[in-house]
Design a protein around this ligand. Sequence first.
Ligand SMILES: [Zn+2]
Length: 488
Amino acid sequence: MLSIKRLLTILFVVLASQLFAQDDVVRLTSAMLGPTPIAEDLHELCDKIGGRVTGTEPNEKAVEWAVKKFQEVGVDVKKEAFQMPSFWNETSARAEISGEISFSPKIVSRAFSIPTPKEGIEGELISVGYGSEEDFKKLGEKAKGKFVLVQTNVLEDLSGLFGEYDNAAKIETRAEIAKVKGVVYMSSREKKLLFRHLAAKAYNNKLLLAVMARDDATRCQRVLDRNGKLNIKLNLDLQTGGSYTSHNVIAEIRGSEKPDEIVVVGAHLDSWGLGTGANDNGCNVSMMIDLARQMKKLGIQPKRTIRFALWNGEEQCICGSQAYTQQHEAELDKHRIAISIDIGSGNITGYLSGGRPEVATLAENSLRAVPGLGPFTIADVPIVGTDNYDFMVQGVPNLIGAHENYNYCSNYHSESDTYDKVNLNNLKANAAIVASTIMYFANEDYEPAKRQSRAQIQELIDGSNLKDQMKAFHFLKPWDEGTRGRKP
Ligand SMILES: [Zn+2]
C-alpha cells in the first residue's frame, strides 16, 4: 500500500514532468522562431555547394557537409549507404530546328532520357497535340520514326504538377507503342524557363525525351499547325552508368524513456542540377539541421527517439527513404510516425495524413502547441511523390507537410529554384510548426497509430486513388510483385 506522502510525491513528479514537457515544446518552438543560422545553412548548401544530383560530386559534398553540421552541434549522426539502381547526369543538350524555319531552340533532356549518338540524331518533328490517346490515334502510323512535339498548359499549381506526372506516364507509354524517334515536350513554364522532369519509367526508360522552351516550342507549333515542315536535330550528351553507392544522412537524439520508439522527420538532400535545389528541398534540409541544433542547444531530451533524416536519391527514384525502410525493417513496428517536409517554403497549413483517420487525429493534436501559426487543416489523403511513399507502403503512419504554394510550382526543378525564391520568414514559422509535431509524437501519451498489415495497405490502395498515383510513378507493379513495400 502506498502512503499518502508517496502518492503526493508521485503526483507532483507526474505533474512537473508534464509541465516541463509542455515547457520543452514552448522553448523549442520559440527558439525556431528566434534568430538561428538557418539562412546561413541554406546559403552554404545552395549557393556554395549548388545543385546536388545524386551520384555526382556536389551531392557527396552535401552529404559530408550535412554530417559535419550535425556533428558541430553534438548530435549523433551517421551516413547510411545504399545502392542507387543507375547513374544519369546531363553534360549538355542542344537542338537545331530546320525546314520552313531555322533556329536553335533552348532545350534540356528529361532525366533518364537515353543519350543521342555523338553526332546527334535528326528527324522530322510533327505535332501530337497534347499527346492524348485520341491524338496518337489520329497520327497512327505517321508517328513512327518521327519526333513528336507535345503541347502543354502553363503550370499553375500543385494539382497541375501531379497532372504533368500523370500525363507523362500515359504519353510515354503511347509514344513507345507508336515507335516514335523521340518525344519533345513543350515546357509548361513561360519565359524560356526549362526544368528537369523525370522520365515516367525513371531508370527503366528507353525513350529519347526532351523539353523545349515554351517560347520556342509554341513557335514550332504555329508552323506545324499551318502544315509547315520541320526537322529537329538533337544532341543530348548524357553520362549514364550502372548501380552505385549513395548515402542518406541519419541524425538522432535518443529517447530518454522509450528509445526504441521512433519519430522520423526528414527532407531530401539531393536535387536536380539546373538550379540549386532551394525550395526543393534545400530549405527543409536546413530546417532539419536547425531543429536538431536548437533541441541540443536547449538540452531538450525527448522521451522517444527523434531521427532527423536527410534522404538521398529522392528525385530519381525515392530510393534513399526506400533503402531506410529496408535497412531498418526490424524497427518499423516501433516507428510512431514518419514525417516528410518537401513542398518548399510556403506556409505550412497542416498535413497530408495518408488516408488514415487515426493518423489525421494525431496530426491535428500535434499542432495544438502552435495555434498562432495556424489555422491548420489535415487532408487525410494518400500521396505518392516524396519520401513518405515507402513508409506508407510499409504500413508506417506517415505525414507530409502541406504548404501554401510560394514560388514552388513556378520554379519547380528549374534553373530558377535558387536561394532568393525561399521565404525565410515562412521557413522559420514552418520549423516551429514541425517542432510542435515532433515533440508531440516524441513526448505525449496517446494511442499510437499502428503499423498496417499488407492486407490493410491493399485496402487503402483499393479504396482511394492511390492505385492511379502508383501507376503514374510505375510503383504499382513492384507493390503487386512484393518487391517494394510490405512483404506478403
Ligand atoms: Zn522535393
